[in-house]
Design a protein around this ligand. Structure first.
Ligand SMILES: C[S@@+](CC[C@H](N)C(=O)[O-])C[C@H]1O[C@@H](n2cnc3c(N)ncnc32)[C@H](O)[C@@H]1O
Length: 240
């Protein structure tokens, strides 16, 4: 099997990411926790829980703990990079998490929550629809999809990504492109938020972030979407 692009970065993933995040004064754990608490506070409010969670493009599994802690349920990580998954299995051995190189291993309509972060800018545009079909297939009807991407409107994000070796191939998406792609795939869009405005040096201002969520300032955006109810055995085109 041909090496996946991220096989060449798996061992140094944290180091490479840290080169970019340095400007923010925060580490990857801050962002992994922050994404999940943001989803909980604004969209997937308690007592909403998930029996099962798909992390599409999970990499070395950095979202495994925060997602499990916040939403419960079993965690399934999917990523084509075997080297990244080896690292994820080592780190989360005994946690009950499972990791697959192919989403095809995940059964139809079994996931209550699908999550993806910083993945679609690594997927060539002509392959994105097929990935969304897979995410759709694995979700339960009514299941939610949290789509996180880096904010292409934000010049600081470009500065950061230019310093991260594994982002050399990035083809970023604007939020409106992400929403159109998700709609095209049959998802209902519930909303879009921008998050991560203030670096550590200005952390005293972070309480303002929910008030700024609709302005395109943050380093990342979240499109929250839903697989419509009543679509158990149907594809996105309504063929049942
Ligand atoms: C920047 S990393 C993000 C990893 C993880 N989501 C995180 O937040 O730490 C991008 C990941 O997307 C994965 N990826 C690239 N193409 C993919 C595809 N077609 N399907 C699923 N994952 C893919 C890469 O292997 C890599 O692990």
């Amino acid at each position: 099997m041909e090496d996946a692009e991220f096989d060449h970065h798996a061992q140094r993933y944290d180091e490479e990411l840290a080169q970019g995040l340095r400007l923010t004064g925060e580490g990857k754990e801050f962002f992994a926790e922050g994404r999940v608490t943001w989803m909980r506070r604004r969209w997937l409010k308690a007592p909403w829980t998930a029996n099962s969670i798909l992390d599409f493009g999970c990499g070395t599994g950095g979202s495994c703990d925060p997602l499990g802690r916040e939403f419960g349920g079993s965690y399934v990580g999917v990523d084509p990079s075997m080297a990244s998954l080896e690292e994820a299995r080592r780190l989360y051995n005994g946690s009950g998490a499972t990791f697959f190189t192919e989403s095809g291993k995940v059964e139809d309509s079994t996931m209550d929550l699908a999550f993806t972060n910083g993945v679609f800018h690594h997927i060539p545009p002509d392959q994105r629809a097929a990935c969304l079909r897979e995410i759709w297939r694995t979700l339960t009807p009514g299941g939610r999809f949290a789509f996180w991407e880096n904010n292409r409107w934000n010049p600081i994000v470009h500065w950061v990504m230019a310093r991260v070796p594994f982002d050399a191939d990035a083809q970023m998406l604007f939020p409106f492109q992400a929403r159109a792609m998700l709609r095209e795939a049959g998802f209902e869009i519930e909303g879009t938020d921008f998050a991560f405005v203030f670096p550590a040096a200005l952390k005293g201002l972070r309480w303002l972030e929910p008030l700024l969520a609709k302005l395109p300032f943050g380093g990342q955006y979240l499109v929250i979407a839903r697989k419509p109810k009543g679509t158990a055995n149907c594809d996105q085109n309504g063929n049942c």
